[in-house]
Design a protein. Structure first.
Length: 211
């Protein structure tokens, strides 16, 4: 009597089927893991985005009826393909914007900033998103070290002279961090110029834009 898988040919076929089965299982589990992971990543990204909107726009801007769309803003004054969120009501009326913008005027470039803008293009709030400024010097401008950034609240292009007082402007600056202070002032002014020069409704959508 011939024993199962006794010939080399039969054993080779059996081994081939076994390997194919294992490979198929591996692919299945990888795809399953990727699907679950992508859903979690997307959910986390959406949650972070909602938190950013709540932090940078007036209370009550975000409701169940608002629509948030991610767009890309390219302008020589603020950088290329910068994330730009528009928040509208269900009738597509603008309620506010979240703009990311960059500057190379700091010590260690780039300095990436983020601002909430009201529907009439006033800065509601400015914050620092990413900085390589020297610890203990350039980072004195952030919210953990004082209220320097509060000066930008509710400002537009005409409401204030966009320069630090050392150079004849209206903005206080942090001693020992004058360069960084001035970089944020001028970058925020440039953001306001950019949004006033641009048809914001025509900006291209981000890939996989949140709506």
């Amino acid at each position: 009597m011939i024993k199962p898988f006794s010939s080399p040919f039969t054993r080779a076929i059996a081994a081939g089927f076994t390997l194919a089965f294992i490979a198929a299982l591996c692919v299945f589990f990888i795809l399953h893991a990727q699907h679950n992971t992508s859903e979690k990543i997307s959910a986390n990204q959406n949650a972070r985005m909602m938190q950013v909107i709540n932090d940078l726009l007036p209370a009550g801007t975000l409701t169940e009826d608002t629509i948030t769309v991610c767009k890309l803003f390219s302008h020589k004054k603020i950088g290329k393909n910068m994330p730009f969120l528009t928040v509208t009501d269900k009738n597509n009326k603008p309620l506010g914007y979240i703009a990311t913008f960059s500057t190379s005027r700091g010590y260690s470039n780039p300095l990436i900033l983020i601002a909430g803008l009201t529907s009439d293009l006033k800065i509601y709030k400015v914050d620092i998103q990413a900085s390589k400024e020297t610890p203990g010097i350039g980072d004195k401008v952030d919210r953990d070290h004082g209220n320097f950034l509060d000066q930008f609240d509710n400002q537009n292009l005409e409401s204030i002279h966009w320069e630090v007082k050392k150079f004849g402007g209206d903005f206080d600056y942090i001693t020992g961090a004058t360069v960084t202070s001035r970089a944020i002032v001028l970058a925020s002014r440039d953001l306001l110029k950019a949004v006033n020069e641009t048809d914001l409704s025509s900006l291209p959508l981000c890939k996989g834009a949140l709506q």
